[in-house]
Design a protein around this ligand. Sequence first.
Ligand code: NAD
Ligand code: TDX
Length: 339
Amino acid sequence: MKILVTGAAGFIGSNFVFYEQKLHPDYEIVGLDSLTYAGNLSTLEPAMENDRFKFFKADITDRDAIFKIVSEEKPDVIVNFAAESHVDRSIEDPGVFLRTNILGTQVLMDAAREYGVGRFHQVGTDEVYGDLPLDRPDLLFTETTPINTSSPYSASKASADLLAMAYHRTFGLPLTISRCSNNYGPYQFPEKLIPLMIANALADKPLPVYGEGLNVRDWLYVDDHCKAIDMILSNGKIGEVYNIGGHNEMANIDIVKLIIGYLGKPESLITYVTDRKGHDMRYAIDPKKISDELGWSPETKFADGIKLTIDWYLHNKEWWENIISGEYRKYYAEMYDGR
Ligand code: NAD
Ligand code: TDX
């Protein structure tokens, strides 16, 4: 079995490579990434030690490069993690989100068709369903919840999902789609809530909480997302969408307080800042379909996963300090200074 993993140098893509290497030591894995600001080749160093792993630096919107790699490598499966993934950046500059997330997915699916790749898996997000109200805890996103996007990011991911379903129906491309809730764990880029709060708290810098901090996200440890994708690749039904989430809803402010409590930092670091435009209130996944049909369930409880994650950032300062010393400083100043 040979799997082409796009976005392999990003947060979930790299964790998926490690997960597959461990679970299926006989698999060949081809990592592909254009190494945007969010991609780090150093993350993949442990994977490179395995001679069944190979890496290509390529952009998924580059048709010639992608066709060449797919024709030469002949993967059995393509799993597409490559994306622009940060909502705040999509509000500042939507263009690259449309290019990578929609057109890049199209290029990959065209290559899969051209060279008869047996399976295409599109990694989607729960954000395509829009949001849920705080006062209706009974409401959850199911696979049939209508698409109702709020940000350019979620609109681009929803477009990719729709295009994928169209490629399945029109061309018979054998594919599956997963839509996961918020992930956390090692190697997450520090622009996202949890690593940003850990990094700032460690530096005794203000912790910028949007609005009142009451927005709710449904957090899943990254390995449990990888486990779900692996199970979908093995037993998922072609043409189906699978929601992934572990019933772990938490308000942002509670996560921030938990992080500062664990690190022994004062709550006075919390700074309420101007809210995100179009900020979704609550996400909550109903994982019944993947549990019933594929027997998936999450293994890591949030109380354990968040400790593992904070400890990882404490022990791997070099990884994220390198990142926040570069281009990221400019981004941070533009996004947060005077907010
Ligand atoms: P990330 O930003 O950490 O990683 C994305 C990777 O894609 C980076 O390595 C980047 O260099 C690469 N990339 C970007 N544009 C590319 C291009 N044009 N060609 C090739 N590579 C390119 O994101 P992530 O959090 O790891 O998310 C991975 C996928 O999972 C995305 O599709 C995202 O929408 C989805 N997802 C993420 C979450 C989450 O909570 N992080 C939840 C659900 C779904
Ligand atoms: O500085 C911050 N302060 C803050 O209050 C940041 C960066 C975020 N927030 C809030 C906004 C959200 O309510 O925290 C929550 C989580 O924010 P993000 O980490 O930006 O994640 P989110 O917008 O929920 O999107 C994530 O989950 C779905 C991923 O980034 C997406 O790629 C994924 O599809």
